[in-house]
Each structure stands twice: as structure tokens, then as C-alpha cells.
Design a protein around this ligand. Structure first.
Ligand code: ADP
Ligand code: MG
Length: 361
């Protein structure tokens, strides 16, 4: 979907949070979520994702700034009046109630009449493909089924905004991936706005329209999945999303958006000057799959001494020493007629300028 920031459905305006009155765990956060968007907050543990989501849900109060929902300031609206659906990793179902009673719970709280409630519960159970199990108790369901019921319970009153905090964290890999597609499908068919929290980059890349990468209480970059991968704006994002080779050097000079970077003692390579300053240290970032071995032509040429070769079926992973960095990784697609690689061998390698970014240290 295309995202228009003018249609801000959720707006964080310079939002801050401190728990102890001293340390800001969320720092001057600006974030706009469009109506109908699937926005993910992605970042390492402790980076402020849950706190940010809890402020939107109303379970935590912002200690600075304002939060708007659909044009109205909601800072002081209690959670149950915000009309949001919520699913958390440990959002336990009520064990003594049946599945249908669990899903009906938000409707009972809202005084929906019995006939309407029954129809809505059926529809919500259908949505998560659990219509046959309404009579069971939670303990009779698997973890994945329980999480689907939690999702049905969050959707049953047709909220405009669905908040999810690591909802798939407790599931095994296969089920997690299956649920990622189900949630994405529900988002597409229902057209609701979703704000999703995860520390898992592949989950974020799979599901999201846009991703806000968090670190240390700040959004490091807000972009679509492919833009984050192709055009990381700083070293943290380059390192956190996907794999990345880092070559440390000093910027000699910058012109026309290109930096000349001295790596080691005498080698100088060119890189896009994304976050680089003349005379200052920089990290040059190159993705392992963008490096070619024995290229016909390339913007940047180097020599790599092969240190280790790992066969991974669909690709070969080669660790090399390049410009004195022995952790330089090159991924080669496996195919027929591929040449062999021997440890100790020296090979010519190269990559294009577009794949080479000079970033902050
Ligand atoms: P994330 O969800 O990205 O892991 P959190 O928002 O849970 O991050 O935490 C951000 C920071 O705030 C962490 O340093 C965490 O220890 C702290 N924190 C979170 N909740 C509380 C709380 N209720 N009281 C005090 N500190 C908290
Ligand atoms: Mg969290």
C-alpha cells in the first residue's frame, strides 16, 4: 500500500517516557501510522518497543509529548475507552471459560445483546479458522490454537486498531511462520490498522508495510522492508537488518555524494557518502550477496584470501580476509558449473558503488 503521512491515524508527537524520572526509555518519538497500515516496531530487547505500544494502548502514560488517535488527543483516555484490540505473547485466555465464552468476553463487557454477540463470535472464530472448537476449554488447545483464539478475542468487537506485542514469540518456527501469513491475510481482508512489535527481523520483513527500527529509545529508521534492507541510513540498521560486512576506515574526502575511504594503511575505496564526514572514521557497509567473485567489471575491486568455505545447499558461504578484515563474508549462489573454492586461495572480488555505503561509526 502507499502510505500518506497526512492521513495520520496514529500520531506520536515528541513522545517521551521515563519510569524513574531520570532515564528516558523513549526519547522524543515522532511516528505517524496511516489508516489501514501494518506498521512494525522492530528492535532489540530493551529498546522501548513495548513501552511505546503500552502508551498507545493506555496502560502507560507518556511523560512528555502527545499521542493522537484518529485526530483526537488520547493521552488521558483510559485503555478501555480507546477501543483497541490487543494481543500479547502471554495474553492468557480465561481457563474456566470455553473458547466461545472467551471470545465473547469483550462483547459482554460492552453489553452487546446475546444474538448479536453469538453472530460476532462465530464470525471471529471463522476468521481464525477455529469455528469447530468453540465448546472446548483453553487447556484442550495447542499453543498456536490458543494464540488464534486470543486473536479472535481481539478482533471480535471489530476494533479499528489492533496492537500486537510479540504475539508469536512462544510458538515454534513453523507455526510462527504460518501465523505470520494468517495475520497478514487478516490485515488485508479486514483493512484494519495494525501496530505490531517484534524483535525478529524476518517476521518484520514478512508482514509489514513499514518498519520502525528502534534502538535505545529512538527510531533509527522508518521505511518499507526493501528500503531498510537496500538503503540503511546508519550502521545500526545495516547491522540489525540482514547480514552486513563492515570495513572500518577514515574518510579522505567527499565529492558528489561519494566518499573516498582509506581502509587499513593504503587501500582507498569509494562508497556512497550516507553518514560520512571528511577526515572522520567511518564504517563501509557491503552486503555479502552483493560481492562478486572474479567479476567482469566492478566499481570497487579487491583481493580476498579464502579462510573458510561453508556449503549451505542453495548457496556457498565464504569467509575471506579482505583489506585485513578476516570476517568478510561472501555468499555465492550455488548452481551447476560453479567453480570450486579452496582455503588459502586468493581471488579477485568486486562490488558496485550502489551497494557500498559509508556510515557512522
Ligand atoms: P522492549 O519492548 O523493546 O524490549 P521495553 O519498552 O520493555 O523494551 O523497555 C525499555 C526500557 O524500559 C528497558 O530498559 C526496561 O528495563 C525499562 N522498563 C520497561 N518497563 C518498565 C517498568 N514497568 N518499570 C521500569 N522500567 C521499565
Ligand atoms: Mg517488549
Amino acid at each position: 500500500m502507499t502510505v500518506s503521512t497526512s492521513s495520520g491515524y496514529v500520531v506520536f508527537d515528541k513522545v517521551e517516557k521515563t519510569y524513574d524520572g531520570r532515564v528516558l526509555v523513549v526519547k522524543s518519538l515522532d511516528l505517524t501510522v496511516a489508516r489501514g497500515e501494518f506498521l512494525t516496531m522492530l528492535g532489540p530487547s530493551g529498546s522501548g518497543k513495548t513501552t511505546t505500544l503500552m502508551m498507545l494502548a493506555g496502560f502507560e502514560t507518556a511523560t512528555g509529548g502527545d499521542i493522537y488517535l484518529d485526530g483526537s488527543k488520547i493521552n488521558h483516555i483510559p485503555p478501555h475507552k480507546r477501543g483497541l484490540g490487543m494481543v500479547f505473547q502471554n495474553y492468557a485466555l480465561f481457563p474456566h471459560m470455553t473458547i466461545a465464552e472467551n471470545v465473547a468476553f469483550p462483547l459482554r463487557v460492552r453489553n452487546i445483546n446475546k444474538a448479536d454477540a453469538e453472530a460476532k463470535v462465530r464470525k471471529a472464530l471463522d476468521m481464525v479458522q477455529m469455528s469447530d472448537l468453540g465448546g472446548r476449554k483453553p487447556a484442550q488447545l495447542s499453543g498456536g490454537q490458543q494464540q488464534r483464539i486470543a486473536l479472535a478475542r481481539a478482533l471480535v468487537f471489530e476494533p479499528k486498531l489492533l496492537l500486537m506485542d510479540e504475539p508469536l514469540g512462544a510458538l515454534d518456527k513453523q507455526l510462527r511462520e504460518h501465523m505470520q501469513y494468517e495475520i497478514k491475510r487478516l490485515h488485508e481482508t479486514l483493512g484494519i490498522t495494525v501496530v505490531y512489535v517484534t524483535h525478529d527481523q524476518s517476521e518484520a520483513l514478512t508482514m509489514s508495510d513499514r518498519i520502525a527500527v528502534f534502538n535505545d529509545g529512538r527510531i533509527q529508521q522508518l521505511a518499507t522492508p526493501d528500503e531498510l534492507y537496500e538503503k540503511p541510513q546508519n550502521s545500526f540498521v545495516a547491522q540489525f537488518i540482514g547480514e552486513n560486512n563492515q570495513l572500518r576506515g577514515i574518510v579522505k574526502d567527499i565529492s558528489g555524494g561519494r566518499a573516498r575511504v582509506e581502509i587499513g594503511n593504503s587501500d582507498v575505496i569509494e562508497a556512497l557518502a550516507i553518514q560520512a564526514e571528511s577526515g572522520k572514521p567511518t564504517i563501509v557497509s557491503v552486503r555479502p550477496e552483493r560481492v562478486e567473485i572474479e567479476p567482469m567489471s566492478s566499481d570497487i575491486a579487491a583481493t580476498g584470501r579464502i579462510e573458510e568455505v561453508i556449503y549451505l545447499g542453495d548457496h556457498i558461504r565464504i569467509r575471506m580476509n579482505v583489506f585485513g578484515n578476516s570476517e568478510f563474508i561472501v555468499k555465492v549462489r550455488n548452481g551447476s558449473g560453479r567453480r570450486g573454492f579452496a582455503v588459502g586461495e586468493e581471488v579477485k572480488i568486486g562490488w558496485s558503488l550502489q551497494d557500498c555505503r559509508a556510515l557512522d561509526v
